[in-house]
Design a binder for this molecule. Structure first.
Ligand SMILES: *Cc1c(COP(=O)(O)O)cnc(C)c1O
Ligand SMILES: [Zn+2]
Length: 471
């Protein structure tokens, strides 16, 4: 490991805090029976009652040092030369503070751009918004946030517990597997292997190529994500593997960084912000809510933002629950927001608690049509925004929530584009060429159709075709 160098110009009173200093007391805690478990192990559900686990730092109140303190620490850390803190571990004290800097795996994740929409788009829509583009992560989705944390933890446990072999395993709608395979491939191959289980034909070709190229064992099954998830849950229960789905609360810890970055971006004042998040397995929305709540508990922010979850009509169990107060899994139908095409989200019990106990009327959910997702994706692209289909789903949801009068008008809106648009360009191309399968229930709009024109390789011909005037 390289020696840490802290630049001279970092103020004296902050210097000693640039290298993380907090001594945490982390435990796994069951959200149902509240039993606590030692953190130094892989654990995904409560051995006593089967409930979901969350990670709790029993020393979190020691982080109550005031907003101004944390602003300085995070800002100066950002410009320090400590590579372990360049990614999501910038927020080390709030992420997984047991992992020593030497064990942190940093592949370039986090700190994704927040882009403001232009005046034309705002006037078309009737409101301004920002996109936080999580497609700009190493494997091109937000899953890298959680994976950087989980794989750093694996790396730490390998040393701490002298593990001789670790098999990382996950079910995926495409992005978790890309991310898990990438991060696991960075660890020593004589110890670490990776396996991903995918629903055949229900991840995009780009997403399929990613774990294959990283050297993972890719297993396809005939079914949807929910079927894959049941298989890995069963394997993780009975065999010695490391489950890398967001059911693993270590993943959730890493994904909290999305909330921390938004808070940081808006100067730790988020009480008048709506964060718009597509919901699939509900890990991400859980992490974002928990992340903001942690900041509030430590008094780094004063007020919670509003969280708006969005689903497609074709995979909307959480939206149904929001409407009716009754939860039931749904049978999913084909969705262009394929990465969120999940009928029975594993983290739903966490979402329910977070709403009922903490966020209350500051957590909202809407669902949107497949048509509006594709139209919104291309519409936004016409104004300089690259959204994946899930990001477009989120923006379509924001539009709908505004139209329904669900949101205050003096707030700022941040839309989570969760993945790279390019992973989903196949849906875009199929829309433009009017060949989306009828099950998506999408009719391409003529105003959005744009196709290549083939011309002779002759500059004069092309100039004439374009109606150019000679100089
Ligand atoms: C995984 C994923 C989602 C859904 O996130 P959950 O944590 O499963 O709710 C949304 N968009 C993209 C691009 C994803 O990869
Ligand atoms: Zn329990």
């Amino acid at each position: 490991m390289r020696k840490t160098i802290i630049p001279e110009y970092i103020p004296k009173e902050i210097r000693e805090f640039i290298v993380p200093f907090h001594k945490p007391f982390l435990v796994y805690k069951c959200i149902e029976c509240e039993q606590e478990y030692d953190i130094l192990q892989f654990l995904y559900t409560c051995p006593r009652c089967g409930g979901l686990l969350k990670i709790v730092d029993k020393h979190i109140l020691r982080l109550k040092r005031g907003k101004e303190f944390w602003k300085k620490v995070f800002d100066f850390r950002k410009i320090s030369r400590i590579s372990a803190l360049r990614g999501v571990f910038l927020y080390h004290e709030f992420l997984l503070p047991i992992v020593p800097l030497d064990d942190i795996i940093y592949l370039g994740e986090g700190h994704t751009p927040v882009i403001r929409c232009n005046d034309d788009l705002a006037s078309e829509l009737g409101f301004y918004f920002y996109v936080k583009n999580d497609g700009q992560n190493p494997s091109a989705s937000f899953k890298d946030r959680g994976m950087a944390c989980a794989i750093s933890f694996v790396n730490y446990l390998i040393k701490e517990k002298n593990l001789k072999s670790v098999l990382g395993i996950c079910a995926s709608t495409g992005d978790t597997s890309a991310s898990a395979a990438l991060y696991l491939s960075y660890l020593p191959k004589d110890i670490v292997k990776s396996v991903v289980i995918l629903p055949k034909g229900k991840v995009t070709p780009t997403q399929l190529s990613q774990p294959l190229a990283s050297g993972a064992k890719v297993i396809e099954i005939d079914g949807v994500f929910d079927d894959c998830m049941k298989i890995v849950e069963s394997i993780a229960k009975d065999y010695d593997v490391c489950l890398l789905n967001s059911k693993n609360p270590i993943r959730i810890q890493g994904q909290k960084s999305y909330a921390f970055e938004i808070a940081h971006h808006f100067d730790f004042s988020v009480g008048k912000i709506v964060v718009v998040v597509p919901i699939g397995n509900a890990g991400n929305v859980t992490a974002i809510m928990e992340g903001f709540y942690d900041l509030k508990v430590a008094s780094v922010i004063d007020d919670l933002p509003i969280i708006l979850g969005v689903q497609s009509y074709h995979a909307n169990p959480v939206a149904n629950w929001f409407r009716t107060s009754r939860y039931a899994p749904v049978k999913v139908k084909p969705s262009v927001a394929q990465a969120a095409m999940i009928g029975d989200p594993v983290s739903f019990p966490k979402v329910k608690r977070l709403k009922e106990e903490i966020f209350k009327d500051r957590f909202l959910v809407v669902d949107v049509s497949e048509q509006s997702i594709m139209d919104t994706m291309i519409f936004a692209n016409r104004f300089g925004h690259i959204l994946c289909t899930q990001g477009a789903e989120a923006l379509a949801g924001l539009k709908k929530a505004k139209e329904l009068g669900m949101l205050p008008s003096d707030y700022e809106y941040v839309v989570d584009s969760t993945s790279s648009q390019l992973k989903f360009s196949g849906f875009q191309m199929a829309y433009l060429e009017k060949r989306l399968h009828k099950d998506y229930e999408i009719t391409p709009k003529d105003e959005y159709i744009d196709l290549p024109t083939e011309l002779p390789k002759d500059p004069t011909y092309i100039a004439n075709y374009l109606g150019l005037k000679k100089k």
